[in-house]
Design a protein around this ligand. Structure first.
Ligand SMILES: Nc1ncnc2c1ncn2[C@@H]1O[C@H](COP(=O)(O)OP(=O)(O)OP(=O)(O)O)[C@@H](O)[C@H]1O
Ligand SMILES: O=C(O)C1=C[C@@H](O)[C@@H](O)[C@H](O)C1
Ligand SMILES: [Mg+2]
Length: 168
């Protein structure tokens, strides 16, 4: 079972902070977005364009299920992964940290590049809509919440490592 699973919206820092948390804890780091891309041999943006979002969600659900069973370090999920009901149910019993962030910090961090297909059109409004719909899900699955607003990667990673460092 992973030591900790990171959830949160695009720009919350799951991938970047997760790698630092893994270093601090001396464990491996696994990013489900990267794993889906490696398995498919294509970028997520290409999977969205060529096969559509439902096809990506199927690949993501399978990869998250595999990672929750097989990985034992830090696991970063894609931003939309916990919205899937099967994935939400599978997260029960795991140590899950919700990296919270507001639109101001997310916009600064992400720059809303085309690599995030759900934010390709009207990125700020799309991010706000996504976050409104997803906040209840992130809050339901989280065992801990860490506010990342105005805080750097090292500070956030230090707090996450302290929170989960004593968990079995
Ligand atoms: N706490 C932070 N302070 C400043 N910049 C940050 C912070 N966390 C992440 N970043 C920067 O924000 C950008 C996006 O971070 P990252 O890719 O880790 O987000 P993510 O949550 O994994 O997003 P996605 O859901 O799209 O995978 C990166 O350039 C990263 O360096
Ligand atoms: O917020 C989302 O739905 C997404 C976030 C990214 O991590 C990727 O999983 C993909 O771009 C979809
Ligand atoms: Mg990421």
């Amino acid at each position: 079972m992973p030591r900790v699973v990171l959830v949160g919206p695009p720009g919350s820092g799951k991938s970047t902070t997760g790698a630092t948390v893994a270093e601090l804890l001396g464990v491996g780091f696994h990013d489900t977005d990267a794993a889906v891309e490696a398995a498919a041999g294509r970028s997520i943006a290409d999977i969205f364009v060529e096969d559509g979002e439902p096809a990506f969600r199927d690949l993501e659900r399978a990869e998250v299920s595999r990672a929750l069973a097989a990985e034992d370090g830090v696991v970063a999920l894609g931003g939309g992964a916990p919205v899937d009901p099967t994935t939400e149910a599978a997260l029960a019993g795991h140590t899950v940290v919700f990296l919270d962030v507001g639109i101001a910090d997310a916009a600064k961090r992400v720059g809303f590049a085309a690599s995030r297909p759900l934010l390709a059109v009207n990125p700020r409004a799309s991010w706000v809509r996504l976050m409104e719909a997803r906040r209840p899900v992130y809050e339901r699955v989280a065992t801990h919440t860490v506010d990342t607003a105005g805080r750097g990667v090292d500070e956030v990673a230090g707090e996450v490592a302290r929170l989960v460092g004593t968990d079995p």
